[in-house]
Design a protein around this ligand. Sequence first.
Ligand SMILES: *Cc1c(COP(=O)(O)O)cnc(C)c1O
Length: 339
Amino acid sequence: MSKVDIDWKNLSYNYTKTDFRYVSKWQNGQWDEGALVEDNMLSISEASTALHYGQQSFEGLKAYRRQDGKIQLFRPDQNAKRMQDSCRRLLMPEIPEEKFIDAVKQVVKANEHFVPPYGTGATLYIRPFIIGVGHNIGVKPAPEYLFCIFCLPVGSYFKSGLTPVNFIVTDYDRAAPTGTGRVKVGGNYAASLYPHKLAVEKGFADCIYLDPLTHTKIEEVGAANFFGITKDNKFVTPNSPSILPSITKYSLMHLAKEYLGMEVEERDVLVDNLDEFKEAGACGTAAVITPIGGIHYKDNLHVFYSEKEVGPVTKKLYNTLYGIQFGDVEAPEGWIVEV
Ligand SMILES: *Cc1c(COP(=O)(O)O)cnc(C)c1O
């Protein structure tokens, strides 16, 4: 394998083409073997359902370089299962868990020299996706599907340590109460671009979505899940059928309980009762945890721990999960898969 000339410490989150990607086709009722290819362009029918009716789903996970140089994945089985949920909701053929994980490993191995060195905080981001393709014009499931995975090196989200950011509550909804909010599909993201733009224009990192039915409860922080630490030290996160179940969130819940001895609650989080929290954060694969400095709601900025500094519980949660992902902290059984 050739060495690549990359400034690992100053990587952004922009697309870069790596050497190999995986493509598998579903045709005549079954998936083919799948193969690694070098071409990063897809050629599909102009009448593909993915292009017109949003019949598609994606996932996001990372490969981490450990101190001993080996490469590991974090809970890829959870991404495989979540993609199966998405496929069921949009009537797309499911990808068997084994095929999913095997394909991820193939892509990482083939692009091994793009996995950033340990200690840089950088990782290899992996993007699996499935799209409905083939000739079709009526609103119905596609006759054929492509399951693809590409990867790219990405920098650490926080180059100078964890930094809190502020968010603003939006009047827009990202999903309907029993719509597609709980599955990882592109349509949810198309709907989020405009409220995101408005939030950024007002000087916030992103917007916070309330529950679509009553607009009284916090649901998502941009494209990340919300958690708060109550004044009596409970880890609390919203419970709703329109929230995307974040693997990072469920991992943090487990760590809060089993590693930090905290009580954990999945329940309503009222936007009028933010005072119950001493700390708050957003979580997802990209940043692990984004500490929330304050939330702007009805002309008032509610500050949690501080707009400048990270609270101690958030910091501990972050260090524990980050340590597990890079192989420095012992992981719960089954969380780590070596490539
Ligand atoms: C992917 C995603 C998340 C984060 O999920 P992780 O599995 O933790 O990466 C949160 N919210 C939305 C809307 C998402 O699409």
